[in-house]
Structure formats: structure tokens, C-alpha cells
Write a protein that binds this ligand. Structure first.
Ligand code: BDR
Ligand code: CA
Length: 314
């Protein structure tokens, strides 16, 4: 079948960074066409530079990184430095990127790359959906060339940034609405899943024992990020975004069901909530919502992929 064409849209973010490492370490499965960055965990200038630092860390300095939207479509920007630190990837301790960001805007890259592809492209989204929504609005025909979208975002249960909402959806609910209504195969990997993928101390030590620069950076990031999430996650930080890459690599580690999901755009206490029709009471399904992950299998896969990265600088 060959490697699946893939574009990753992200806002690194420690967990985005780990997801990027996992994807770059999987060239047999992914033909990684580019990485697009969006404002999210930290402002755009930092997320795009962090994506370039991570590609260097993974030994892929030639991988194109495109900067996208610096703010959400409608709402005021929100960021998450309290969790991710001022740089977004605190704990990694990485040098300045070796090469500049690409000249094209991420939305234009998405439109042009999807318009010209002969093979449908998978979109892995790890941050607010602003770039992807604007690409769809700019040229809806690109949807014909999207194989599927696998998105980290939302929750059937409770949120993290508010009691009702998960960060990526809350940060740009209008963009999420556009993407969830787009009519392409969509898999939602929400907090219900990622709260099962906890980087316990034993799992972090297993990564450290790989003894490589990428493994050391991952452990540093997990320790920084873990120290800021202890009030919610007593046993370690959740690996939200890497679940997207793990699902694309090994879907058998996950299960879930198709359902209708609506994005709450305006609720006083519920803006950004993913309203999930668990019992089929409303519309036709527009998403596959994952519910369970084999966490040990997930961490075994993460370690196996990180072990393939031994290069620290280009
Ligand atoms: C999501 O929000 C960000 O903080 C993480 O990078 C992840 O994508 C989890 O709610
Ligand atoms: Ca993210």
C-alpha cells in the first residue's frame, strides 16, 4: 500500500512535540508532506519555531514547516502557558531551529497541496482547528482529496480548560464547527481517550533508558508538563496528541463508535463543548469518537518509535 500521505497541523506544546517525533520516526507508514503550525498552547511565533526545533531534534531539518493563523476565527485568543510553560515546550531545552519557516502561509499550503495531490491526504490535527477550517472555507473542493481527519480535541465527558470544554475546541469553536460539519471521515480523539494514556514515572523511566537525545528531551518535557498537571492527573501527564499518531499507526489499540457531534458555539458555561450523541438521539453520525485505548500498547509503540530516533542535530 505504501506510506500514507500525511499533514500534521499542530501547536507545540510538549505533547504535540512528542507526536511529531513519533510521526517522523515512522517513514514506512507516513509520507509526511509538511507540518503546519497554528496559534494555540502559545502564540504562533513560538508554535512554528517549536515545530522546527522538533524536526531538527528528529534529524529531519528539511521537513517543511508552515506558519498559519495567529488567532482564532471569532473568539479572543486563549493560550496555555500555565501548563506548557512560556516557550510551549519547556523542559526540552532545545537550540534555535537550523532553518527558517517556509514562505507560504499554512492555509495556502494546505489548499495548494491538497488541490494537486493524486493520493488522498490524511490530516492529523493536534491543536485548534483554525488553519484547517480556513483552508476548507477558502477552497471546499480540497475535501475531495482528504482521506480522513484525525483530531485531538473535545470530550464525551468533562473538559479541561473549562468544566465543559477541551482546550483545542474551546480555543477555536467556530473552526471546529466548520471541520466537524465538513462531511469527511473524522475521528475524534478526546480527553476520554487521552486521560487513559498517562505517562507514569515508570513509563517515563522506560523512555529515559533509551539513552538518546530525543528520549532525554521527551523526559524533560514530560517532567515539566507533569509537574503542572498534578492537580488533575495524580499519576502523571496525559499524552493527548501522540494518541492521534498512535491511532494512525495501530488503530487496533483503540475502540470507539460513530456518533453525531455538535460544537457548542455560544453557551454561557459551555462554549467549545463537544456535544456527543452517545445514544443516537439526534442527527446522523459525523464522527467516530474513540472511547478506549490499550495504554500499555500505546506506550510500547511510543518507545519503539522513539528508539528509532538517535540523531540530535542536523
Ligand atoms: C490539547 O490541548 C493542548 O494543551 C494539548 O497540546 C492538546 O492538544 C489537550 O486538551
Ligand atoms: Ca496540541
Amino acid at each position: 500500500m505504501g506510506a500514507r500521505p500525511l499533514i500534521i497541523d499542530c501547536d507545540p506544546g510538549q505533547d504535540d512535540a512528542i507526536a511529531l517525533l513519533m510521526a517522523i520516526a515512522s517513514p514506512e507508514e507516513f509520507d509526511l508532506l509538511g507540518v503546519t503550525a497554528v496559534a494555540g498552547n502559545v502564540p504562533l511565533a513560538k508554535t512554528e519555531a517549536n515545530a522546527r526545533r522538533i524536526r531538527d531534534l528528529a534529524g529531519r531539518p528539511e521537513l517543511p514547516v508552515y506558519a498559519g493563523c495567529p488567532r482564532p476565527m471569532v473568539r479572543a485568543p486563549v493560550t496555555a502557558e500555565a501548563v506548557h510553560g512560556p516557550s510551549g515546550i519547556d523542559g526540552a531545552d532545545l537550540p534555535e531551529p537550523s532553518r527558517p519557516v517556509e514562505g507560504a502561509h499554512a492555509v495556502d499550503f494546505l489548499v495548494q497541496r491538497l488541490a494537486k495531490t493524486s493520493r488522498p491526504v490524511t490530516l492529523a490535527t493536534l491543536g485548534p482547528l483554525t488553519n484547517v477550517a480556513l483552508a476548507i472555507i477558502k477552497n471546499p473542493t480540497i475535501l475531495d482529496n482528504v482521506a480522513e481527519i484525525v483530531a485531538m480535541g473535545g470530550a464525551v465527558g468533562l473538559g479541561n480548560v473549562t468544566p465543559a470544554a477541551e482546550f483545542n475546541i474551546y480555543a477555536d469553536p467556530h473552526a471546529a464547527h466548520v471541520v466537524f460539519e465538513a462531511g469527511v471521515p473524522l475521528t475524534m480523539i478526546g480527553l476520554d481517550i487521552t486521560r487513559q494514556a498517562i505517562a507514569t514515572s515508570a513509563r517515563i523511566e522506560a523512555i529515559r533508558s533509551l539513552g538518546t537525545p530525543p528520549a532525554a528531551a521527551v523526559c524533560g518535557m514530560l517532567e515539566y508538563y507533569g509537574a503542572r498537571t498534578t492537580a488533575t492527573y495524580r499519576h502523571g501527564p496525559p499524552l493527548h496528541d501522540p494518541c492521534v499518531i498512535a491511532y494512525l499507526l495501530k488503530p487496533e489499540l483503540f475502540n470507539g463508535q460513530d456518533m453525531w457531534v455538535a460544537i457548542e458555539l455560544a453557551g454561557e458555561h459551555s462554549q467549545g463543548r463537544t456535544v456527543c450523541d452517545l445514544y443516537g438521539r439526534s442527527g446522523a453520525p459525523n464522527a467516530r469518537v474513540l472511547e478506549r485505548v490499550d495504554a500499555d500498547g500505546f506506550f510500547a509503540l511510543l518507545n519503539e518509535r522513539l528508539a528509532r530516533l538517535s540523531v540530535s542535530t542536523p
